[in-house]
Design a protein around this ligand. Sequence first.
Ligand SMILES: NC(=O)c1ccc[n+]([C@@H]2O[C@H](COP(=O)([O-])OP(=O)(O)OC[C@H]3O[C@@H](n4cnc5c(N)ncnc54)[C@H](OP(=O)(O)O)[C@@H]3O)[C@@H](O)[C@H]2O)c1
Length: 277
Amino acid sequence: MRGKTVVVTGATSGIGEVAAIRLAQEGARIVFTARDRTRAGATLQKLHKAGDADHAFHLADLSLLAEMKRVAADIAREPAIDVLINNAGALFNRRGETADGLERTFALNHMSYFVITNILLPNLKPGARIVSTSSGAHRRGILDFGDLQSRHGYRGFPVYAKSKLCNVLFTRELARRIAGGGITANCLHPGFVATRFGDDSGGLVSWGVRLAKAFTGLSVEEGAKTLVYLASSPDAADVSGGYFQDCRIDMPSEAARDDADAGKLWQVSAEISGVGR
Ligand SMILES: NC(=O)c1ccc[n+]([C@@H]2O[C@H](COP(=O)([O-])OP(=O)(O)OC[C@H]3O[C@@H](n4cnc5c(N)ncnc54)[C@H](OP(=O)(O)O)[C@@H]3O)[C@@H](O)[C@H]2O)c1
């Protein structure tokens, strides 16, 4: 990875941080987003220990459209990008709306991937890879275009599952749109991993996730493997539109293979954000 620039969202914790460190050890230069300067500084220190490239970070709250756009425009000033890893995400026990009037899980977990990717696409080098962290939870996701903002009967896990279904559909449509251009787009399930995921979700969800992580969670190292594989392995260089788990291509749910929904989600996301048209 020496000489390559890797952009990572959500690299201040969990699988995003470990993947960034592994790629830095392989020689990559890491440019990451963070929402907190202190946490960003801590990650930057780890990256400098891992590799001697000129690593950098950009601050942004990725649940806000204006911040997604600003940070992507800032990153677009960097030299050409070899890998874009869309990874920042969360599960919220209670419904919340962003200043844009978007449900916050949808905003952070889906719209940030959509907006940042579309703004950075012209800056991706030939041969570049776009890797998006989805989840096996997508199998429980139901995409109702009549209630994309989950105004009715909000429950944290189903809404999270819907956002992760959006990640697979987004990857599918993106791969179709960029096919033949020398850039690939894939997504993955990292496994159930003992990161900080769920700790700030609130309510019973946090307790449930904490308990499950303590007993069945993979180590963060293990959880970062498929992310690192898709970002750097020669074996993954020519695959596009795939859903991966354990460094192998896997079949996503039937809902995640619906081309009409993938196209419609793209269209709606472009209307919401004003990018990707
Ligand atoms: N852990 C699992 O079992 C699991 C399973 C399947 C999929 N995933 C997916 O894996 C990805 C990474 O999660 P993780 O498990 O590594 O969890 P994590 O340790 O909580 O890391 C999440 C990252 O996203 C960042 N982030 C959260 N909200 C943000 C916001 N509003 N603006 C900017 N950045 C924000 C966090 O920043 P801070 O450091 O500031 O909090 C952190 O860097 C997510 O997309 C998640 O859905 C996780």
